[in-house]
Design a binder for this molecule. Structure first.
Ligand code: CA
Length: 224
């Protein structure tokens, strides 16, 4: 059974999340404060953390760093609307993705499944098929609507990183580091250029991408 630690100081929301996750087959550990969250983590193994950034006793980023220092558990952040600086800081601190309050349960469950896949990539990574395009990684063949498309080695690398964990937000820094290397983590304009190219080559309507999604100021996401 997958165990999720939910950290949220609003008791009613904590209770609602606990019931909802349990009804979807998750084992839930509930923590109303940062301190109790760290105590729970020291006591038992959890597979993922769902974490409200606005806690009374501890800064959300501090808590993310404390979790990160001990384990590579996926962390999904709950954040207030209009708090994009807070989201960036949370992602930089090591969170894997975020959901903006108020959120629907379906969205939360989808994001949670996506961050859980981070540690367990999909079994078949060799092929990707969407409604618009297909990718065959071992053969380095790409096609849009059946017509072959030529991609550069860098474009293949970007697609590998993005499609490896469908639905997961890949932050700018992580993408730059994995594709170009640690010296390039500030070169976000590379990503704009390359993602624009990839959309023109692969998306049915490059101006309204359905698969290679931009999360403004944060990163990119592959929706299969
Ligand atoms: Ca709160």
């Amino acid at each position: 059974m997958t165990t999720v630690l939910v950290v949220e100081d609003e008791r009613r929301l904590l209770r609602a999340l606990q019931l909802a996750l349990q009804s979807h087959g998750y084992d839930v550990v509930a923590a109303p404060t940062g301190t109790s969250a760290l105590a729970s983590l020291a006591e038992r193994a959890v597979d993922a953390v769902v974490l409200d950034l606005g806690l009374p006793d501890m800064d959300g980023q501090v808590l993310i760093r404390r979790v990160r220092a001990t384990a590579s558990i996926p962390i999904l952040v709950l954040s207030a609307r209009h708090a994009s600086a807070q989201k960036v800081a949370a992602l930089d601190a090591g969170a894997d993705d975020y959901v903006t309050k108020p959120f629907g349960l379906d969205e939360l469950l989808a994001r949670l499944r996506a961050v859980l896949r981070r540690g367990h990539p999909t079994a078949d990574l060799d092929r990707v098929d969407t409604g618009s395009f297909s990718l065959d990684f071992p053969a380095r063949r790409a096609a849009r609507n059946g017509d072959e498309v030529r991609l550069t080695p860098t474009e293949w690398k970007i697609l590998e990183v993005l499609t490896h964990t469908p639905g997961r937000l890949v932050p700018h820094q992580e993408m730059l580091e994995r594709v170009w290397g640690p010296a390039y983590v500030k070169e976000t304009q590379y990503l704009r250029v390359y993602l624009g190219q990839l959309r023109r080559k692969l998306e049915a309507d490059p101006s309204r991408p359905r698969h290679l999604i931009t999360e403004a100021g944060l990163g990119y996401r592959f929706d299969p």
